[in-house]
Ligand binder design. Structure first.
Ligand code: ZN
Length: 344
C-alpha cells in the first residue's frame, strides 16, 4: 500500500509525494490519519528552514500534532479498528540517565516525531497512512472530533508549562502571546483556577480567541509597552506570567509587570533575546524554562475528550494534504489564522 505525504526539502520547498506503507508489526497499529496541526516549529522549518540552531539538514516529513483512526492493529494490540486516537510524538529511550531519573523530557536519545533537532531527522505525521507503536496512541472520547484530538499535543505542552509554575489557583496571571499555545495556556490556567487572566498580543483576532478560551482581559500591545503601564505600578501586578511569544518586548513587559518574587515561565522559544537581567535580580524573580511534556499527554487527551478544556475556538482552518503549501501560508498569517490543520 502507498501513502501520500508532505515532505519538506528546504525552506519553502514542500512536496506531496508517495511512499510505501508496511503492515503493522507486533505492538504497532496502522492509522488512517485524520487531522494534523501545523505548529510554530513546522512553520519555522517551512518559512526559515529552521529556528535557532535547529535547521532542516535533510528532507523531513513535518507534523507532530496528529490524530488518526485505527485501521488495523498488529499482534498484541487491543485497539479496535475505527477507534480515534491522538498520537503522542514523543519517544524517549527509557534507559538513559534522564529516563532513569524520571525525566524522560530530557532523554539523551529522544526521538520526537517531525523534529529536525537531531540527525537523522525524526519523520513526522503529515501523511495519510502511518504505522506507529500502539503505546504512542491514546484513545479519544466518542464525541471527540479528530480536529480536537489533534490538539492534544499542544495542550500537553501547556499542561507541562503549568506544572513548572507552582500553585495557580487564586493567582493573577499574565499570558503574553495569544497564538495557539498562548490561547491553550489561557485555558489551562483557567482550568487550574486562576483569579485573573490577562492576555496580550499584537493582533485583535488572536486576542478574541484567547478571550473565548477564558481570558478575563485582552490587551493589544501593538502600540508599545505603554499598554501595560497600569500593571507596572507599585513594582508589578501579576503573580505569574506564561511568556508564550519569545519576543523581546513581551519578555521586558513580563518582567516589568510581575511582582517581586513572582514567577515567569518561559514557554515561547527563540534564539538569543536581550533580557533586562538587572530587573530579574532586583525583583528576585523565579524564571522557569519548560519544554514538551510526558505524562501530560494522557491528561490532555482526557481533558479534550470530556471537554473540560474545549479547544474548538483555536482551530481556525482545515485544508486537505494536497493544499499543504496553502495551509502553511495561512498558518503564517496571524491576522487570519490560529491553528491550521491538514486533513487526509
Ligand atoms: Zn532516555
Amino acid at each position: 500500500m502507498q501513502t501520500r505525504l508532505a515532505r519538506l526539502y528546504a525552506k519553502g520547498d514542500l512536496r506531496i509525494e508517495a511512499a510505501e506503507v508496511l503492515e503493522p508489526g507486533p505492538g504497532e497499529v496502522l492509522l488512517k490519519m485524520a487531522a494534523a496541526g501545523i505548529c510554530g516549529s513546522d512553520l519555522h522549518y517551512y518559512q526559515d528552514g529552521g529556528f535557532g540552531p535547529v535547521r532542516v539538514r535533510e528532507p523531513i516529513i513535518p507534523g507532530h500534532e496528529a490524530a488518526g483512526i485505527v485501521e488495523k492493529a498488529g499482534e498484541g494490540v487491543p485497539l479496535k479498528a475505527g477507534t480515534l486516537v491522538a498520537v503522542n510524538p514523543s519517544q524517549p529511550c527509557g534507559h538513559c540517565e534522564y529516563c532513569q531519573k524520571g525525566m524522560p523530557i530530557h532523554c539523551l536519545e529522544m526521538r520526537f516525531m517531525g523534529s529536525a533537532m537531531r540527525l537523522p531527522h525524526e519523520q513526522g505525521m503529515f501523511r495519510e497512512w502511518l504505522v506507529v507503536p500502539a503505546k504512542q496512541c491514546f484513545e479519544a472520547g466518542p464525541e471527540t472530533s479528530a480536529a480536537e484530538a489533534a490538539c492534544s499535543e499542544p495542550l500537553s505542552v501547556c499542561l507541562h508549562a503549568a506544572s513548572r509554575a507552582g500553585e495557580i489557583r487564586g493567582k493573577r496571571v499574565l499570558v503574553t502571546g495569544a497564538g495557539p499555545i498562548g490561547s491553550l495556556m489561557v485555558a489551562v490556567v483557567k482550568h487550574h483556577g486562576a483569579a485573573e487572566i490577562v492576555v496580550t498580543d499584537l493582533a485583535d483576532a488572536a486576542l478574541e480567541r484567547a478571550v473565548a478560551m477564558g481570558a478575563t482581559r485582552a490587551v493589544n500591545v501593538s502600540q508599545g509597552a505603554g499598554a501595560l503601564a497600569e500593571f507596572e505600578a507599585g513594582k508589578g501586578y501579576f503573580d505569574l506570567v506564561f511568556e508564550c511569544s519569545a519576543a523581546a518586548p513581551a519578555i521586558r513587559g513580563a518582567i516589568a509587570t510581575v511582582k517581586p518574587r513572582g514567577t515567569i515561565v518561559q514557554v515561547g522559544v527563540s534564539g538569543e533575546v536581550p533580557v533586562p537581567l538587572n530587573a530579574i535580580v532586583a525583583k528576585e524573580l523565579h524564571i522557569h524554562g519548560t519544554q514538551r511534556f510526558h505524562e501530560e499527554f494522557a491528561t490532555a487527551v482526557a481533558l479534550i475528550s470530556s471537554r473540560a478544556i474545549d479547544v474548538r475556538p483555536i482551530i481556525s482552518h482545515s485544508l486537505p494534504l494536497a493544499q499543504a503549501d496553502a495551509a502553511f501560508l495561512l498558518a503564517g498569517d496571524r491576522s487570519a489564522a490560529c491553528k491550521v490543520q491538514l486533513t487526509f
